[in-house]
Structure formats: structure tokens, C-alpha cells
Design a protein around this ligand. Structure first.
Ligand SMILES: Nc1nc2c(c(=O)[nH]1)N[C@H]1C(S)=C(S)[C@@H](COP(=O)(O)O)O[C@H]1N2
Ligand SMILES: [Mo]
Length: 351
């Protein structure tokens, strides 16, 4: 594929569809090199049929609060606006790279995008409601629900956040993406955006916010978005440190002297280091880091490599964040296939 495909791709080329109904679709590999993902190509992950909410939609804020209230879209628009540029990644991104491939949506490596979201800080709404001193979590409730094989009746999409994350000013109730009102696929008319967390925390089609005094135990908190390693369960939360080579792309024919570029990100902090290696990965060398679009957006890296002689070569990248987390060679296999941040190689032709 040529390198100069228009970056404003629209229509059928804009996304690689993994499942049509409900839509689950990746950012195409050729568009992953863009620091801000073109809006039409921001990956989409929906668990159920799309709920269509009206312009008179309101969000209920209640639970363990002093004064519960409902807020309309015009009222949200009248509050101070906050915008965040965020790299959002689905926890299932890279599932196809696991061996054996776990059940779940067969994501390759494009269930990650970077874009700008704007709306109202969640803490603004929670402060207005007045949280009880015993509140430990805030639940975001979506309008979507449906049957699941391993649950009785319809299950609704709902996810809780620890209070500290809910009160962070950059956790927002977003009404806009890339400067335009949210599309239905991305959660219109309002959704949560939780920077640093895997995508499941960013509840779309928000209908309610509930202050909880005990941890939430709903289906999408306890039955999904958990690392199940031989029956030992841990919640999926912040995005694991990861890197992705965007140039050269897989299968590309390269000269021996090649410029390697890509992105690294982590939900635990900034990127401290990206290293590259070739073939058997016996020697790792540091790539130069650029400046990310925001503290929550992926960090660019670049290095010049001299590939060894031979018909093909595999180029590897490995990121380390400022909290000291580094990508493992391979993750502990988990039943639902989340958090695959194992070091990945890009195979190219040489000469
Ligand atoms: N209500 C609701 N919110 C949701 C989901 C969903 O199915 N229903 N999917 C979650 C998951 S798993 C991800 S990765 C992100 C994807 O957001 P996007 O489709 O805007 O990229 O939304 C999250 N919020
Ligand atoms: Mo996801």
C-alpha cells in the first residue's frame, strides 16, 4: 500500500470493521501514523445495539449525595468546558496477537486512537451534588443493554471508577470529539472520558452517575474487563505501557538504512524510554523521544537503524514508562484476552 493515502479518509475506508453489528472497528494501520487520528477513523467498540438518545436527554446524578439532580445538554454546555487530548485504547487491542487467541472481539492492533474530547469535568457535577463522606466509587451508567451468554436477562453497560479518578478534573463528561458533537458510535450525546484508563471506563451514552458507598459488582466490572489468569482475577484498569511501530509498516520493502517511527503510551505515567532491536533482539538501542500532544497522548519515537543484510528483518520496539513499567516480551495469557502489551515485531523486506 502506498504511503500517501489521504489522511482524511471517509466512508468505508475510514475504519477496518471487526464486527458490523454492533460496530466494532479499528483505525486502519495506514492512519495510525497520525498523531491525532482523523475523526472518521477513531476506533469504535460497542457491546450492544446503539441507543438513540434525544436532544432532550438528561443525565441523572444521584446515589450517596446530598442533592440529586438531573442535567440537560444545554445546562452542560453552559458550565465551564474542559478539553483533553487522549490516547484511548481498548483493553482487547492486540488480542489476535495472543497464543492461543482468547474468545472476544478479534482485535488486531488498531483499537487505539488519539483525539480531542471536550465537555464538563465530572467533579463539577459531583461537587454540585455533594458527595457523602463515605463514597468510594462513582458509577457511570450507559443507555445500552442486551443479553449475554453468561448472564441472565439483559445486562446494561455500567462501570464504576474509584473516587480519586472520578474527582480528577481531566475525567470529563464529554459532549464533543474533535470539535464536533459526539457521533452516535462514540456515545452521543454525552459520555465519560477517563484519561489513562483502558477504553471500557469511558462509558458512552451516559444516562446516570451514581455515588456508591460500596464497590460496584456489575457484569462489566466483575465478569468482563478482568484479567483472569488461571482463575486468579484482577480488574483491568489503567492502560499498560505499550509501543507501536508505525513506519515502516508490516511487509514493507525497506532500504538497509531505515528510519523507524512510532508511538508509545502508558496509563501509569509519561514514557521514559523506547528501545529498538532487530531480528533476535540481542541488542537494544534507544530511540529518540518527541513531545506528545498532551500528557495523556502517545509519545512519538524515532531512530535510524541499519538493517542486517538478508531478505527480511523484524524490527522490535519496547517502551518503559516513568513509573518503571516496561513492556514484557510476552504477557501472562489471560482468559478474556486483555492488556496485550507484549513486545511486537514488524517484519519487513530488506534491499
Ligand atoms: N455504554 C457503553 N459505553 C462503552 C462501551 C459500550 O459498549 N457501551 N464500550 C466501552 C469500550 S470497551 C471501549 S474500548 C470504549 C470505546 O469508545 P469508542 O467506541 O468511542 O472508541 O467505549 C467504552 N464505553
Ligand atoms: Mo474496549
Amino acid at each position: 500500500m502506498s504511503d500517501d493515502v489521504a489522511l482524511d479518509a471517509a466512508g468505508t475506508d475510514a475504519l477496518d470493521v471487526v464486527r458490523a453489528e454492533p460496530l466494532c472497528a479499528e483505525t486502519p494501520a495506514r492512519l495510525l501514523s497520525s498523531s491525532i487520528t482523523p475523526a472518521a477513523s477513531v476506533y469504535v467498540r460497542s457491546n450492544f445495539a446503539l441507543p438513540l438518545l434525544s436532544a432532550t436527554h438528561t443525565i441523572d446524578i444521584g446515589g450517596a449525595v446530598q442533592s440529586a439532580f438531573a442535567i440537560s445538554l444545554p445546562e452542560l454546555a453552559a458550565l465551564p468546558q474542559r478539553q483533553v487530548t487522549v490516547t484511548l485504547e481498548c483493553a482487547g487491542n492486540g488480542r489476535l496477537g495472543m497464543d492461543p487467541v482468547p474468545t472476544g472481539e478479534p482485535w488486531r492492533f488498531g483499537a487505539v486512537s488519539t483525539t480531542n474530547w471536550s465537555g464538563v469535568s465530572l467533579c463539577t457535577l459531583l461537587e454540585r451534588a455533594g458527595l457523602g463522606s463515605d463514597v468510594v466509587e462513582v458509577l457511570g451508567v450507559g443507555a445500552d443493554a442486551g443479553p449475554r451468554d453468561d448472564a441472565e436477562g439483559d445486562v446494561r453497560f455500567a462501570r464504576s471508577l474509584p473516587i480519586a479518578d472520578a474527582m480528577h478534573p481531566d475525567t470529563i463528561v464529554a459532549t464533543h470529539m474533535a470539535g464536533a458533537p459526539l457521533s452516535v458510535d462514540h456515545g452521543a450525546p454525552a459520555r465519560l472520558i477517563v484519561p489513562g484508563w483502558y477504553g471500557m471506563a469511558s462509558v458512552k451514552w451516559l444516562v446516570g452517575l451514581e455515588a456508591l458507598t460500596t464497590p460496584f459488582g456489575g457484569y462489566f466490572q466483575r465478569m468482563r474487563y478482568v484479567y483472569d489468569v488461571d482463575g486468579t482475577i484482577a480488574p483491568v484498569r489503567r492502560a499498560r505501557v505499550k509501543s507501536m511501530i508505525t513506519s515502516p509498516t508490516e511487509g514493507r520493502q525497506c532500504a538497509r538504512a531505515v528510519t523507524v517511527q512510532g508511538w508509545a503510551w502508558s496509563g501509569a505515567g509519561a514514557i521514559a524510554r523506547v528501545e529498538l532491536a532487530v531480528n533476535d533482539a540481542a541488542i537494544w538501542m534507544d530511540a529518540a523521544l518527541g513531545t506528545p500532544e498532551s500528557a495523556y497522548a502517545w509519545t512519538p519515537f524515532e531512530a535510524e537503524l541499519l538493517l542486517p543484510e538478508g531478505a527480511t528483518a523484524t524490527i522490535w520496539s519496547r517502551a518503559t514508562d516513568t513509573a518503571g513499567n516496561a513492556q514484557p516480551e510476552r504477557i501472562a495469557w489471560n482468559r478474556l484476552g486483555y492488556g496485550n502489551n507484549g513486545v511486537r515485531g514488524v517484519a519487513v523486506g530488506v534491499g
